[in-house]
Design a protein around this ligand. Structure first.
Ligand SMILES: N[C@@H](CCC(=O)N[C@@H](CS)C(=O)NCC(=O)O)C(=O)O
Length: 205
């Protein structure tokens, strides 16, 4: 039997979360290896691109969460079979990945420097991506692709929930709602998707 070990930070969220949920939806057992930051710093140099998540399949490491979303998503029935719908799904996955890379450089900042950088982001790249993702959702309808729930819905919604939560200092919690009410509603709806609810119900047991 194939073995899967997914290494990521010990948080319910972040890049690994759609992959964890896809594993659960597919009914595939995996080792959910959750690490603390000091442990990450120790292992960082030994990861391929100095980052997590790392997924080991039969002991062989792969990186890049969008690829993992597609691979496990296919097994879970959460990735479109149709090529055009798959492209729509990938566009949303890729956009979120690009947006995250624009946010990460602000993580080490503090005080006024952090405030200035985050305000610039909120008015700039975050607004650009929220509006663009709103357009992608408009194209898809209730979902980003295939007229149904896919890994793209999870990847986008979890980041929108992060913005809405106030955890990201200086990013207004109403920004998503102001720029794209549909995207904001989609993020809330996603938390009630049966696939997502089933995962958290199982996790809380
Ligand atoms: N494109 C990669 C990005 C991975 C990534 O940047 N992961 C973050 C955590 S969410 C990380 O390990 N950052 C550590 C660092 O940059 O030092 C993916 O999708 O897996």
């Amino acid at each position: 039997m194939t073995t899967y070990k997914l290494t990521y930070f010990d948080m319910d969220g972040g890049r690994a979360e759609p992959v964890r949920i896809a594993f659960h939806a597919a009914g595939i057992e995996f080792e959910d290896h959750r690490i603390a930051f000091p442990e990450f710093m120790e292992m960082r140099g030994s990861t391929r691109f100095s980052s997590v998540p790392v997924l080991e399949i039969d002991g062989k490491a792969v990186t890049q969460t969008n690829g993992m979303c597609r691979y496990i998503g296919r097994m879970a029935g959460l990735y479109p079979k149709d090529d055009l719908q798959a492209l729509y799904c990938d566009e949303a996955l890729g956009a979120i990945e690009e947006l995250l890379h624009r946010i990460v450089p602000t993580f080490g900042l503090e005080g006024d420097e952090l405030k200035a950088a985050r305000e610039k982001l909120a008015d700039g790249w975050i607004s650009t991506f929220v509006k663009g993702l709103g357009e992608l959702l408009e194209r898809g309808g209730d979902y980003f692709a295939d007229n149904r729930f896919t890994v793209a819905d999870m990847k986008v919604a979890f980041v929108m929930q992060w913005f809405k939560s106030g955890q990201l200092d200086h990013i207004p919690t109403d920004l998503v709602e102001r720029l794209s009410p549909a995207l904001s509603a989609h993020a809330d709806r996603t938390m009630n998707e049966p696939v997502v609810k089933a995962y958290y119900a199982a996790r809380s047991q």
